[in-house]
Design a binder for this molecule. Structure first.
Ligand code: UDP
Ligand code: MG
Length: 328
């Protein structure tokens, strides 16, 4: 996207939100490096660390850091594990900056990249995404991620290359829009983009996990990918109707073919004494059932959209309106 019509906007204050789950081995280094990187921007900032129900010594480290850097390092302790994306949402709800940067605690995304993100956002972008260079993850993770990115691009209509990287910057109005969404299964980068007008991506370094293992098991990952898909679209439900329609159509075609062959071409010996006819009928009924399921799915999809009760739109500014000059 070109920055043609974008207004440059001044960032006076930015927040860094970090979800932390059992990261006692690397959290202190993350705090130190993030502090150093943020100071380089010469702007006012805060670092919000969300403890997502850690069972190791993480909480004590966070408490000590907050005590040492009063009003700069904010620790928010959740009472149990709610998952990375919910933890980030908790961080959003207390962020005070004009811009919010999210970053993982495991040092896979180097905190030294934060000033670059802030500078890019200052050019006027609503969301600044990142593309991981030389991604240091397993082959399985990288391949799955490729497919997921393709689906997300289609679903959001926003052409970003790497939805999986959580080192991102969001303007505060995008964050507020995300907070208005009441659904529980969210995938933040996709949700953020659905409210963004000007987006861009910059390339960032990617390191191996500093200590410990990934906090995502295969099942948690699969759940996350489903969140990503269902957070944007109910298209999978529509696929049912389409498949059902195709199977039914096939049944009708087969039936017609059998009829023609039986009466005009081959005579009584054709079609194995009705076995093929049975196939045609079965195809048709099968297809009918799947179509019916798809239609029920369409209703469920609409219920799902309404239950989420996402705001329909966000007004950025109203001009020439005497009483309400600015509504946010
Ligand atoms: N995380 C979290 N809650 C969870 C799982 C993960 O807050 O239930 C945090 C974790 O501490 C890290 C980030 O989310 O800061 C990303 O997790 P991880 O590095 O394990 O994921 P991966 O890099 O393997 O995708
Ligand atoms: Mg990681």
């Amino acid at each position: 996207m070109t920055a043609k019509n974008m207004n440059n906007y001044k960032i006076n204050y930015f927040s860094v939100v970090v979800p932390v789950y059992n990261e006692e081995g690397c959290i202190q280094e993350l705090i130190d490096r993030t502090l150093k990187a943020c100071k380089e921007t010469k702007m006012k900032f805060e670092i919000i660390l969300i403890d997502d129900g850690s069972e190791d010594g993480t909480v004590e480290i966070l408490q000590a850091a907050s005590k040492k850097h009063d009003d700069i390092i904010i620790s928010c302790i959740l009472n149990r594990n709610y998952g990375q994306h919910n933890a980030i949402m908790a961080g959003f709800s207390i962020a005070r900056g004009d811009l919010v940067v999210t970053i993982d605690a495991d040092l896979q995304n180097p905190p030294e990249e934060i000033p670059r993100l802030v500078a890019k956002a200052e050019e006027g972008f609503d969301v600044v995404g990142t593309i991981r260079q030389n991604r240091q993850d397993t082959f399985f993770r990288r391949y799955a991620s490729k497919i997921v990115n393709k689906v997300a691009q289609k679903a959001t209509g926003v052409n970003m290359k790497d939805y999986g990287c959580m080192l991102r910057a969001y303007r505060i109005n995008i964050v507020k829009a995300m907070l208005e969404c009441r659904e529980n299964s969210t995938f933040i980068p996709v949700l953020g983009n659905s409210f963004a007008r000007y987006t861009c991506e910059i390339e960032v370094k990617h390191d191996e996990r500093a200590v410990g293992d990934s906090k995502y098991s295969v099942w948690k990952l699969i759940n996350l990918q489903f969140n990503l898909l269902t957070c944007m679209t109910t298209f999978p439900l529509r696929v049912l109707s389409i498949i059902g329609g195709l199977i039914s159509g096939l049944g009708v075609l087969l039936g017609a073919y059998i009829l023609i062959m039986r009466y005009f071409v081959m005579g009584e010996v054709w079609a194995q004494q009705g076995v093929f006819t049975l196939f045609a009928i079965l195809f048709f009924i099968c297809g009918f059932q799947v179509t019916a399921l798809g239609i029920v799915g369409e209703y469920i999809g609409r219920i799902y959209t309404d239950v989420r009760a996402r705001p329909r739109y966000f007004i950025e500014e109203i001009l020439g309106h005497k009483k309400k000059e600015k509504k946010k």
